[in-house]
Design a protein around this ligand. Structure first.
Ligand SMILES: NC(=O)c1ccc[n+]([C@@H]2O[C@H](COP(=O)([O-])OP(=O)(O)OC[C@H]3O[C@@H](n4cnc5c(N)ncnc54)[C@H](OP(=O)(O)O)[C@@H]3O)[C@@H](O)[C@H]2O)c1
Length: 297
């Protein structure tokens, strides 16, 4: 049995003084929705969004994932209003290389002008002098990692880092080749890709990054826009007296010590449930039962 601890213990991003509790919070759910436009406009209940952020931080969350293209701008503005002046140990990770179309689409934005504007948008809307960690999101395919060089935009981001606007750099939606290409240019502290109980393309990559001390931060840890649904998961959860989402998060935490989870929620109740998942103990038998989920149709 792997002993789980409050908020999953912690992990220090390589080459930094940033020690993150392994259960963090993903802020994408704080923006609203306008018809088919997802992550768009203000939330229905700004007070609830504020409460989620404040309770998360009060409960020990010191890792928040965001992007200025959530809303756009809305999520960062809510974070600033709810949490500024920020606690000293709070690490806000943002991402760049996407802009939103008026129809809500997600458009690649890799030019020098777009990347520079994105950094300044984040600085202004979060109310910070420098951004803690900025992930460059690859966009050769919006949905999954796809090969292609990320050298040009990464060099621009590295220049912005040298100017003091960005402390550390990470990557998102990337292949192994892109990670290797990036690491030859700048130190990479974290990788954020799609991964959860049912979507395990990065199994090998997680282990390799663990060996190199780099954080792996799964996005869509609960299935994202299509929350995980599996009889196996529900059965295990019922046996443990937990919820399926708690089991899904506990499984990620036991998966590897470099996995940092950032479940997204707009609800204080779900936030509490998600934070509590860190103390759920999973036996080898339970883990074996959960392994089958990835093979389900
Ligand atoms: N790098 C990238 O390309 C990328 C892409 C997507 C997301 N992200 C980041 O990853 C974070 C996590 O992803 P995500 O928010 O899209 O998806 P997620 O965490 O996998 O799932 C969020 C969904 O699960 C629901 N949920 C959360 N906790 C729950 C619980 N305890 N019980 C039942 N339902 C629950 C939420 O609804 P409620 O609001 O009702 O709780 C929401 O519908 C995002 O917030 C964002 O910061 C990054």
């Amino acid at each position: 049995m792997i002993e789980q601890t409050h908020l999953g213990g912690n992990f220090t991003l390589p080459g930094t003084a940033m020690t993150l509790n392994r259960v963090g919070y993903g802020a994408m759910q704080l923006a609203g929705r306008d018809g088919n436009k997802l992550v768009w406009g203000p939330p229905r209940d700004v007070e609830a969004a504020t409460s989620v952020l404040r309770e998360g931080v009060a409960s020990g969350v010191n890792h928040i994932d965001t992007a200025d293209f959530y809303g756009p701008h809305v999520t960062n503005q809510i974070i600033r209003k709810a949490l500024s002046p920020y606690p000293d140990d709070l690490v806000i990770v943002t991402k760049v290389s996407v802009r939103r179309g008026e129809d809500g689409s997600w458009i690649p934005a890799f030019s020098r002008e777009e990347l520079t504007a994105a950094i300044h948008d984040n600085l202004r809307n979060l109310g910070r002098d420098a951004l803690d960690v900025v992930n460059l999101r690859s966009m050769f395919s919006i949905h999954e990692p796809k090969e292609g060089s990320i050298e040009a935009p990464l060099r621009i981001l590295a220049e912005l880092q040298q100017k003091g606007l960005v402390r550390h750099i990470g990557l998102s939606n990337v292949t192994r080749t892109q990670i290797a290409e990036a690491r030859a240019i700048v130190p990479i502290v974290c990788v954020q890709n799609h991964y959860n109980l049912a979507h395990r393309a990065d199994d090998g990559l997680i282990d390799d990054l663990a060996r190199d001390g780099i954080a792996y931060v799964p996005f869509f840890p609960l299935g994202g826009f299509n929350p995980l649904q599996s009889t196996k998961l529900s059965d295990v959860a019922a046996r443990l007296g937990a919820t399926p989402m708690q089991v899904a998060l506990a499984w990620l935490l036991q998966r590897s010590p470099n996995v940092l989870v950032i479940p997204g929620t707009s609800s204080v109740e779900h936030l509490r449930e998600n934070l509590e998942s860190s103390t759920l103990q999973l036996s080898p038998e339970v883990i074996a039962a959960l392994e089958g989920i990835a093979g389900e149709a």
